[in-house]
Design a protein around this ligand. Structure first.
Ligand SMILES: O=C(O)CCC(=O)C(=O)O
Length: 261
């Protein structure tokens, strides 16, 4: 990464890195979503959350990819963990909207030192409901849950959002990505996305990377330790690297490295 990318992130609250991973790995990521959809038919694919992914060898392989960690390192330093992965995979025609929000509102992190990699496994465009951001709003105050408007109509990925009266979307930017591209965003930037009414899937994976000095204030929440050193004074729980079991897990390139010894 260049200083220029870091500058863009600091000024705008987001930045795009094209072809961060190769097309084959992006394709495998999309396959993973379809594999999960077959395995969990009662869960909407916008809601394939961390608890479904933290014991999955393919997810460990993907989130620890050196190309992603080399990007992340430039934002949060060299001691890296990931505290939450979440596929927001919007099916054709019926994919749900994400209301305007700031991520940090929802997270039990101290300090709020964290950055998101949003990985495109399919193309993600205005047509199929790409991520949209309001540049500069990373300088706004972080709103609390109590300040949000509840929208419990079951039509949105999140059941709350920032009140429309507090949104000025005249400078909205649509983050249009191709498979393998990533965008990176600040935990305070206001962002959301429209419903997918197109006839194509929109598959995105959100990865929340933290320096190991950030404390995840949930005793039973397992993060994934990825690079550098753990911080002795920070009581984070880290998942054991899973063993690949062909009866239980999706086959993937490089699965041999995940067989138990
Ligand atoms: O994937 C989307 O449409 C929204 C993503 C999002 O809200 C996030 O990364 O926090």
């Amino acid at each position: 990464m260049t200083t220029d990318l870091r500058q863009q992130y600091d000024e705008n609250g987001y930045v795009i890195v094209r072809e961060a991973i190769d097309a084959d790995l992006a394709r495998e990521t999309a396959e993973h979503v379809h594999w999960l959809a077959a395995r969990y038919p009662d869960t909407r694919p916008e809601h394939f959350h961390h608890d479904m992914l933290v014991t999955d060898p393919f997810m460990h392989r993907l989130v620890g990819d050196d190309r992603l960690l080399d990007i992340v390192q430039q934002f949060i330093g060299s001691n890296i963990a990931m505290f939450a992965a979440h596929y927001i995979a919007k099916p054709p025609k019926t994919g749900q909207k994400v209301l305007w929000h700031q991520d940090g509102t929802y997270w039990p992190l101290e300090p709020m030192e964290v950055t998101t990699i949003w990985l495109a496994a399919t193309e993600s465009t205005r047509e199929n409901g790409c991520l949209r951001v309001l540049p500069g709003t990373q300088h706004n105050k972080l709103l609390s849950r109590a300040e949000l408007q509840d929208v419990p109509d079951g039509k949105n990925v999140l059941s709350s959002g920032i009140h429309p009266s507090q949104i000025d979307d005249s400078h909205v930017v649509d983050l249009e990505l191709q498979p393998g591209d990533v965008s990176i965003h600040n935990p305070k930037i206001i962002h959301g996305s429209e419903a997918n009414t197109s006839d194509k899937w929109r598959i995105g994976l959100t990865l929340r990377y933290i320096p190991t000095t950030t404390w995840v204030k949930r005793d039973t929440h397992a993060s994934i330790f990825l690079r550098g050193q753990k911080s002795p004074g920070v009581a984070n729980l880290y998942a054991e690297p899973p063993s690949f079991d062909p009866a239980v897990h999706m086959p993937f390139r490089g699965q041999e490295a995940w067989l138990s010894a």
